[in-house]
Design a protein around this ligand. Structure first.
Ligand SMILES: *[C@@H]1O[C@H](CO)[C@@H](O)[C@H](O)[C@H]1NC(C)=O
Ligand SMILES: *[C@@H]1O[C@H](CO)[C@@H](O)[C@H](O)[C@H]1NC(C)=O
Ligand SMILES: *[C@@H]1O[C@H](CO)[C@@H](O)[C@H](O)[C@H]1NC(C)=O
Ligand SMILES: *[C@@H]1O[C@H](CO)[C@@H](O)[C@H](O)[C@H]1NC(C)=O
Length: 534
């Protein structure tokens, strides 16, 4: 058999497997995150299941940004007041320098508490409780969008259903407890450490990395304390619920929004780590809305997409910054699509600029005439641009965006500027460099080829492993023994301590013996007691 026919047979086998596996389960997605970018990734995972004949119900706080035909949405909407506060939080992030992860963590305690309070309110809402108080509801699988909400694993116990986690990030150390990954801080850089792929950290970097991991651990430890209390508050009235500490042990597997082979870091992952990076990207782009399609098809000198994401609205930025951006972009010969919410209040009109409130970002980036993406460096946007092989100019704002941008620049896919201190001249120079030097485009296209080359697509992977967990009733055989072990045992600290004691005792006894022998040889017999006094 030649290579391609082998591949065909394999694919055919695979699809038989996939089809025969779909018995149509009842699946509950619990996605109360206030971050639209997290929600998009989580819904994309759930949607794969809905499209393949499963009955999918999802709990959300936000209105899903896209309508999914086969998904029943139980939305617990936030009040107008809460929406304003969420918006204010993101605006505050946008106006401060968040490049220092420790300062950001410290300053964001209040904001995190607000978001965690809102997620708690969702879980306490009667619409959500109805799902498990109504005994006719049966779920075969619970998928939990996981970030700052570990107590929500409790809902799976209400249904006696296996639970999988949908994570919109890579398998970082903070997930070790639920997946059972070994700690790897000597060679896996934390998210704020920009270490080039394949490079070993220097001693200083390892010290930094170690301390970062410890600080993160302490920070998330605080948050777990909150989660433990919330667990009592939400489920405390039910004596059949397991202890809070036990919750993580029953997670069957975790879907991560990453692809280590192409993106790095190369690290040990247990089998319960399932990487589905790019899950939100369609295998085939949808046709663009007419206005956008026309704008791009007439782009004689190619086109640029500018979007600062779904959290930060353009109005959050200083108008001065917007004017500078406009002034530079309006002089370019390229066409620009600019994501802008308030169409009555734009920074200015120009023939080469099209403002639009809502943009099908993935479909636009797939368009061959787009040659540059100006982005806030959210994980989602970077992933899409990398998938479609488009160079980037990053203008990071908060959270993981600075490290995403740094990594992207190190990978050679583009450049990064501080949005807070943006000036016209460096902005213009960066654009010229990116539009005229082909090296960025070449590097990102090479990456794109690696990123797409997988035995199963991200969508097939989510489907296969979700059905696997249902077929094997939670697949307890997947569990890493590390999840059952405490810190001392998992690091063999007790064994090391024992060996150290044995060695010390051995050295001590040897010393006594040798001294005794020497004394004897010198012909001065002495009692053991006297030897001790020396
Ligand atoms: C909805 O589910 C049906 C039946 O399982 C399936 O045939 C259809 O393709 C799904 N539609 C979408 C848009 O996912
Ligand atoms: C689908 O799930 C919902 C729960 O949200 C349930 O009410 C409904 O009966 C289920 N449909 C089928 C066909 O099982
Ligand atoms: C975990 O799941 C298994 C079966 O999947 C069940 O027997 C066990 O009680 C669960 N553990 C907890 C702590 O709920
Ligand atoms: C890209 O732009 C060129 C030049 O305007 C045009 O001929 C071509 O049709 C465009 N491509 C698409 C897919 O619209």
């Amino acid at each position: 058999m030649d290579h391609s026919s082998k591949r065909t047979v394999l694919l055919a086998l695979l699809s038989v497997l996939l089809i025969s596996g779909s018995q149509g389960g009842n699946i509950l997605g619990v996605f109360p995150s206030l971050s639209p970018s997290h929600l998009i990734v989580q819904l994309a995972m759930a949607n794969v299941l809905a499209e393949n004949g499963h009955n999918v119900t999802v709990i959300t706080a936000l209105k899903p940004p896209v309508t999914y035909k086969n998904i029943t949405v139980v939305q617990v909407p936030m009040s107008e007041e809460d929406h304003k506060q969420t918006s204010a939080i993101f605006a505050q992030f946008a106006s401060q320098d968040n490049s220092n992860i420790f300062m950001t963590m410290y300053r964001s305690m209040g904001q995190m508490k607000f978001m965690m309070d809102k997620m708690r309110d969702v879980m306490k809402d009667q619409r959500v409780k109805d799902l498990y108080e109504n005994k006719d509801n049966k779920f075969d699988l619970v998928m939990l969008g996981y970030f700052l909400n570990s107590y929500q694993l409790g809902i799976a116990h209400k249904f006696k259903a296996p639970v999988v986690i949908a994570a919109s990030m890579p398998p970082m150390e903070i997930f070790n407890n639920v997946v059972g990954n070994p700690s790897a801080s000597s060679f896996v850089p934390a998210m704020n450490m920009a270490v080039e792929k394949g490079q070993i950290m220097t001693f200083v970097q390892r010290v930094q990395n170690f301390l970062t991991n410890v600080a993160t651990e302490v920070f998330f430890g605080f948050l777990e304390n909150y989660n433990a209390n919330t667990y009592k508050e939400v489920y405390g009235d039910d004596p059949n619920m397991p202890a809070f500490e036990e919750l993580g042990k029953n997670v069957s597997l975790t879907f991560f929004s990453s692809h280590a082979i192409s993106e790095g870091p190369i690290r040990p992952n247990v089998p319960a780590v399932i990487e589905v990076g790019g899950i939100q990207i369609k295998d085939k782009p949808n046709p663009l809305p007419k206005q956008l399609a026309e704008f791009l098809s007439n782009a004689d000198n190619s086109a640029i997409l500018l979007s600062l994401g779904s959290n930060v609205k353009s109005s959050h930025l200083k108008s001065d910054t917007n004017n500078k951006i406009f002034h530079v972009l309006s002089k370019l010969k390229q066409r620009i699509i600019w994501k802008w919410e308030d169409l009555d209040n734009t920074p200015g009109k120009s023939d080469n600029i099209l403002y639009s409130k809502w943009l099908p970002q993935d479909d636009i980036l797939a368009h061959p005439n787009i040659t540059l993406f100006i982005t806030h460096a959210g994980k989602g946007g970077i992933t899409e641009a990398q998938y479609h092989g488009k160079p980037m100019l990053a203008l990071p704002i908060f959270g993981d965006q600075h490290s995403n941008a740094l990594k992207m620049v190190k990978d050679g896919f583009g450049l990064s500027l501080s949005l807070l201190t943006l000036e016209e001249q460096p902005f213009e120079e960066s654009l010229t460099e990116l539009l005229e030097n082909p090296q960025y485009s070449e590097k990102v296209k090479t990456f794109s080829a690696l990123y797409r080359d997988r035995p199963m697509s991200a969508r097939q992977t989510v489907l296969y492993w979700s059905e696997y967990v249902m077929r094997h009733h939670g697949a307890p055989h997947l569990q890493s023994p590390l999840k059952q072990m405490n810190f001392i045992a998992s690091h063999n600290l007790d064994v090391v301590a024992l060996l150290v004691i044995v060695v010390i005792v051995f050295i001590y006894i040897s010393k006594l013996t040798i001294t005794a022998i020497i004394r004897k040889l010198k012909g001065k017999p002495e009692s053991i007691d006297k030897i001790k006094k020396h």
